[in-house]
Design a binder for this molecule. Structure first.
Ligand code: ADP
Ligand code: ADP
Length: 232
């Protein structure tokens, strides 16, 4: 589970002071897909960077499974980051590495043995439906398949949280649907807490259990999708 408590991010000082995130407060349970949707400039990228632990909040906290990650040292943060897998709009794959080699990267960095890496990569590619593409290079894969490789890589270190930062935004409707189906599978099978950040409301309606609408750094509305859809 991931929780934000009064998460606030301010850039600049004096006349230049901008409150980009204003006391955000929400939790994403294990086995839940929680969407944050908002227009350009709402603060989505900044939120993603705070959750990613690439940016530190000005005040407030990010907690994973109850542990406050906002107070850790840089060294502790490097370890804590493993608990959060991230997928982006750009798949971020290395073009000279095969699908399997891309998924293996985080494991290699950690010094996992070659045998264990091979087994883990095979399992991950199977989970995202790409067992038969292990030896393919990114340019030999479709956009949706590349995004699946990105998801497999994000899961390599067994995170409990998956952060999706506009991960379906560059995809055609069919690929988006297949990524949506995969995220739901991961939610159910692995019990991941999935934070799905996007500007696309139609994708939110397909994928999310709950949604918060972000505008000018504030949550202006939030609730269960089924309840929002029931409202007139
Ligand atoms: P885009 O380039 O599509 O406008 P960005 O998120 O890069 O989107 O920038 C959005 C706005 O945020 C811009 O107006 C930019 O001036 C401001 N901005 C982004 N990064 C910085 C930064 N490091 N320092 C100051 N302003 C920034
Ligand atoms: P979104 O991803 O929803 O488009 P951003 O998080 O990129 O929103 O930006 C939200 C606001 O924060 C914008 O007004 C932008 O100008 C401002 N902003 C983002 N990064 C910086 C920065 N590094 N310095 C100053 N302002 C920034």
């Amino acid at each position: 589970m991931i929780s934000l408590e009064q998460l606030t991010k301010v850039y600049g000082h004096g006349d230049q002071r901008t409150v980009v995130l204003d006391r955000l407060d929400f939790s994403v349970d294990a086995g839940e897909i929680f969407a944050v949707v908002g227009p350009s400039g709402a603060g989505k990228s900044t939120l993603a960077q705070c959750v990613n632990l690439l940016e530190r909040p000005t005040s407030g906290s990010v907690l994973v499974n109850g542990e406050n990650l906002s107070q850790l040292s840089e060294k502790q943060l490097r370890v804590a980051r493993r608990r959060i897998g991230t997928i982006f709009q750009s798949d971020g794959l290395y073009s000279r590495r095969t699908a399997a080699q891309n998924v293996a990267l985080p494991l290699e960095y950690l010094g996992v043995t070659a045998a264990e890496t091979r087994a883990r990569v095979a399992e991950l590619l199977g989970r995202v439906g790409l067992s038969n593409k292990a030896g393919h290079y990114p340019h030999q894969l479709s956009g949706g398949q590349r995004q699946r490789v990105g998801i497999a890589r994000a899961l390599a270190l067994r995170p409990s949280v998956l952060l999706s930062d506009e991960a379906t935004s560059g995809l055609d409707p069919d690929s988006t649907r297949s990524i949506v189906a995969l995220l739901k599978e991961l939610r159910d099978d692995l019990g991941l807490s999935i934070l799905f950040i996007t500007h696309e409301m139609d994708t939110v309606l397909q994928v999310a259990d709950s949604v918060a609408r972000l505008d000018h750094g504030r949550i202006v509305e939030s609730g269960r999708i089924v309840e929002l859809l029931r409202d007139p």
